[in-house]
Design a protein around this ligand. Structure first.
Ligand SMILES: [Zn+2]
Length: 93
């Protein structure tokens, strides 16, 4: 079990924990996953998982995400999904 401690609270972020990207430098990635705001993904137990959570790059995500029909990526809100579809799939059909 991975645990990160901060002065205000502790955060437990074991592999498989679903997180949503809150704020990430443009172009940054988590392995092959682009860290775009609103994207939901599962942590993989990488060395920098705790740093991502501790720095506020990602937040724990406990709801059911919305899935892109084209590429199966997952998003926190309908607006996040729509923005992804327009940007990545050019509106599609
Ligand atoms: Zn997609």
């Amino acid at each position: 079990m991975l645990t990160v401690y901060s002065t205000r609270r502790s955060v437990i972020a074991p592999p498989g924990t679903h997180v949503v990207v809150a704020a990430a430098p443009p172009g940054s990635t988590y392995e092959e996953i682009p860290l775009e705001p609103g994207r939901v993904f599962a942590l993989r137990g990488l060395a920098n998982d705790l740093r991502l959570v501790g720095a506020g790059t990602v937040r724990l995500f406990l709801d059911a995400p919305l899935k892109c029909k084209a590429c199966k990526s997952e998003w926190a809100t309908a607006a996040d999904l729509k923005r992804h579809e327009l940007r990545t799939h050019k509106g599609g059909k």
